[in-house]
Design a protein. Sequence first.
Length: 187
Amino acid sequence: MPAILTTPPAVEPVTLTEAKAHLRVGHSDEDAFIGSLISAARRHIEALTGLCFTTQTWSCYRDFWPDAPVVDLPLSPVQSVAAVNIYGEDDVAAPLDAAHYVLDGASRPARLALRPSRIWPLPGRITNGIEIILTAGFGPAGSDVPQPLRQAILQLTAHWYGHRGETSAPLPLDVMPLIAPFREVRL
């Protein structure tokens, strides 16, 4: 299921001030660089955990509906589903009435479930005929993100700051235990 970020997070889980204090940097000469490290560390840890940290909007596409009445969503935690669009043969989107489905945002993966006695409408397009627009993240503020994940961002930012220019520097050992409880285990 392709997922396209349409509205990026407005804030990072870790502020520049917090990162500079962690790095013991007292000048502003490298603020842009440190800011880019924070953003890169957040994206990297989001990828490792399969989570979205601060509120962001995504469009997720499917070619067809599953045989089951439940669709697993590729992102977590999901706060809301803004729309489900079904594309016809003419590539025009028709919104699916929200009364047809319910969001299970508490599960991981988050799921979109068809209500009883309803059927999923078939898309007219062969590829990406179904678009699910959703909002994901722990909340709009950096403080909404669990502290171990924020600490992992600080640790990874510090590691990259101290090893700049090294292309093969492995992840610091203290990052993995911080994110381990948040990683999705698949069998």
